[in-house]
Ligand binder design. Structure first.
Ligand SMILES: Nc1nc2c(ncn2[C@@H]2O[C@H](COP(=O)(O)OP(=O)(O)OP(=O)(O)O)[C@@H](O)[C@H]2O)c(=O)[nH]1
Length: 659
């Protein structure tokens, strides 16, 4: 389930408000607890101190009484039981003590207002007796717990000191501590309703002298930190639910005993509990109100954000949705709204431009495709895996398959394994980044050659680090080839006579030399030069000379085979290449035929002009031939024919030859 930001923020704010309210309430409870605790401790301490001082006063009064009586004895210990009884009964002490007694210097209890047992009591080993001997003052004993009477007793003794300073005896008083006139009233005294006191003696064996539970009387107590037996286990959150009783203590000056007052937590902190309950109620109400208020405030404050979100969502389908935004808000949401509106406006402009350029691009692509489709050449694009991505219509015509079917097809599958193997070196170079152009030829059905020119142009990735594909252009150049050959042939023809010119002659001669060297096909080279042609020109004019040259070339053609080649090398110089000769006679017969053909005069208009030609013949060598060598030999033979008187032939290497 998706929870909106607004809900989450509202929830979060509410929780914060509730948490803060609870924290504030806990804080005030803690402070209230601390203040109340300090106040209660102060009050209770004062009360305990007051009671302790009353007890001290009671002990002090009795001590003072004993001192006064002892002083009245003027250092004389009673000399007889009757004397002692007289003294004891004459004193007001019985009101203060439960019984009175005299102890002689050896610790024997001689006289007592209480009946003495059969066995004589000696207290010389008691601490209070020895203390009184040492301090020579009134001493209060540690409490003695009487099992028979279940009462705690203390003995107070005052030494009788003779004029010479000796302790001649002691006057003692026994005190039942639980008597109403002493501790009795305090023991049953309550602090508050459930609070109570206990009194713990001093010394290493501290006992309960006073306790609300009489069963505890005389039992061991803690020397320090006594809580009247209460279990004190304050919790960590004492201020929330006080658990530990409120304890105050005070040490009696007269005895060193500790008076402890305990008020159970239930009573001591009752106001706090009441306050706690009230505060809890208030805190719940305040937290609820704060939570709801925070929720509503967040909801209200973030409502524009929701509207902005709606507009943003609608902007997917509606480019103008942002125009409904309220942009006057002077806060972050207003800023976001304005930024969004500005972005959307820019985006719309860019989208328009993009749409326009996309349309242009599509139109451009269409144009390019149309152009490519109308081209007679094969136009394709191969991806890195040598699979077609694009093929123009020419492919459909060429391979008889729809272009869509070719898309994704491997080039090998379309062209066949053999053609693919032929093209692979070129493909490899193109994929290596080289722009390749090459020609191929193949025999076509019905004879003739089909010539094609292929252009492989690599396409690089954006950072020019890798070739991602190849553009392929394959065009039929058969017609071009034929035209080139035709033009090339034209360049090898003599424009005047229509036979080969020097260039054509050189090519033909080179082929003949190669054939002779490689295939042992013998050939002959004939150099021909018209005799006195200059005179013809000079006498009958240049046109006449031209006509003679044309006639002469026709005459030569009549004397040679179709496979032989005649060329005009320039001026009145001609050459013939005769190959595949079986015998030199075959060549000399051609020379003789030409001499015979030119024996007849040339008729130009009304002019009859005698003709003559000198011929030099060179035959190919059985072994190694060169163009220059055979030319030189033919030329030398021609020279010889001229020298010998013209209109004859001479054969290289044969000095006798002539026609
Ligand atoms: N009519 C015409 N004359 C040409 C043409 N080309 C060269 N000539 C001329 O041909 C002549 C060649 O003369 P040469 O071969 O030097 O002299 P020749 O008179 O034939 O002498 P020999 O060869 O020794 O018998 C020169 O007069 C050139 O001007 C051409 O195309 N037409």
């Amino acid at each position: 389930m998706q929870i909106s930001l607004k809900t989450r923020l509202a929830l979060f704010s509410s929780l914060i408000a509730i948490a803060l309210t609870i924290l504030a309430s806990l804080g005030s409870q803690f402070l209230a607890f601390r203040d109340l605790q300090a106040l209660l401790e102060q009050q209770q301490s004062s009360q305990v101190k007051l009671v302790a001082e009353q007890l001290d006063t009671k002990f002090e009064d009795r001590s003072e009484m004993l001192r006064r009586v002892v002083a009245e004895l003027q250092g004389k210990f009673p000399s007889s039981p009757s004397h002692a009884n007289a003294i004891l009964h004459s004193l007001p002490l019985p009101l203060a003590f439960d019984n009175l007694f005299f102890i002689d210097p050896k610790g024997n209890v001689d006289y007592s207002t209480a009946p003495l047992g059969a066995q004589r009591l000696n207290v010389s080993d008691r601490a209070y007796f020895q203390e009184a001997l040492r301090t020579r003052d009134v001493v209060i004993s540690d409490p003695v717990y009487s099992r028979s009477s279940h009462t705690p007793m203390v003995y107070m003794v005052a030494p009788v000191i003779a004029a010479d300073g000796r302790v001649v005896g002691m006057l003692g008083g026994a005190l039942n501590l639980l008597k109403p006139n002493f501790l009795g009233r305090i023991a049953h005294h309550r602090i508050g309703v459930t609070g109570y006191y206990c009194l713990v003696s001093s010394g290493p064996r501290a006992l309960y002298v006073m306790h609300r539970d009489t069963a505890q009387l005389g039992k061991a107590a803690h020397l320090t930190g006594e809580n009247c037996g209460e279990q004190m286990q304050p919790s960590r959150y004492e201020f929330l639910a006080p658990n530990a009783a409120l304890v105050s203590r005070y040490i009696l000056q007269s005895t060193g005993w500790e008076l402890v007052a305990v008020v159970p937590a239930n009573e001591a902190y009752a106001p706090l509990r009441a306050m706690h309950t009230r505060m809890k109620t208030i805190a719940i109400v305040v937290a609820a109100i704060a939570g709801v208020a925070a929720w509503l405030a967040t909801w209200y404050l973030l409502a524009p954000l929701s509207r902005l979100r709606d507009v943003v969502q609608r902007s997917h389908e509606d480019d103008a949705a942002y125009e409904s935004l309220v942009l006057q808000r002077n806060d972050e949401i207003g800023e976001v709204g304005r930024e969004f509106a500005s972005l959307m406006s820019q985006l719309n402009l860019q989208n328009d431009a993009l749409r326009r350029s996309e349309a242009e691009l599509r139109a451009g692509e269409l144009r390019m495709r149309n152009i490519a489709d109308h081209l007679p050449s094969l136009v394709a694009y191969l991806d890195r895996n040598e699979r077609y991505v694009f093929n123009n219509h020419a492919y459909e015509r060429e391979f008889g398959r729809p272009a869509a079917e070719l898309r994704g097809m491997h080039i090998r599958d379309l062209l066949g394994e053999e053609a693919y193997q032929r093209l692979q070196p070129y493909l490899r170079r193109a994929f290596a980044g080289e722009e390749i152009s090459f020609e191929t030829s193949e025999l076509v059905q019905g004879g003739g050659m089909l010539w094609t020119e292929a252009l492989y142009q690599p396409e690089w990735n954006a950072d020019h680090t890798e070739v991602v594909g190849i553009h392929i252009l394959v065009r039929d150049i058969t017609a071009e080839k034929a035209e080139v050959e035709r033009l090339d042939a034209l360049t090898q023809l003599d424009h005047l006579t229509g036979i080969a010119n020097r260039k054509g002659f050189d090519r033909r001669l080179a082929v003949a030399v190669d054939d002779a060297n490689l295939a042992r096909i013998p050939f002959a080279l004939l150099y021909l030069d018209l005799d006195h042609f200059k005179t013809v020109n000079d006498t009958y004019g240049h046109a006449c000379g031209d006509a003679l040259l044309q006639t002469f070339s026709m005459q030569i053609l009549g004397c040679i085979r179709k496979t032989d080649t005649v060329a005009r090398l320039g001026g009145d110089e001609f050459a013939i290449v005769i190959d595949g000769i079986n015998h030199p006679e075959q060549v000399t017969r051609v020379a003789r035929d030409i001499l015979e053909a030119t024996r007849m005069p040339f008729v130009f208009g009304t002019q009859i002009i005698p003709m003559g030609v000198s011929i030099g013949i060179a035959l190919s060598q059985p072994e190694h031939n060169t163009v220059d060598d055979i030319k030189a030999r033919a030329d030398a033979a021609l020279y010889r024919a001229k020298q010998n008187g013209r209109h004859q032939f001479a054969v290289d290497g044969d000095a006798s030859t002539a026609a």
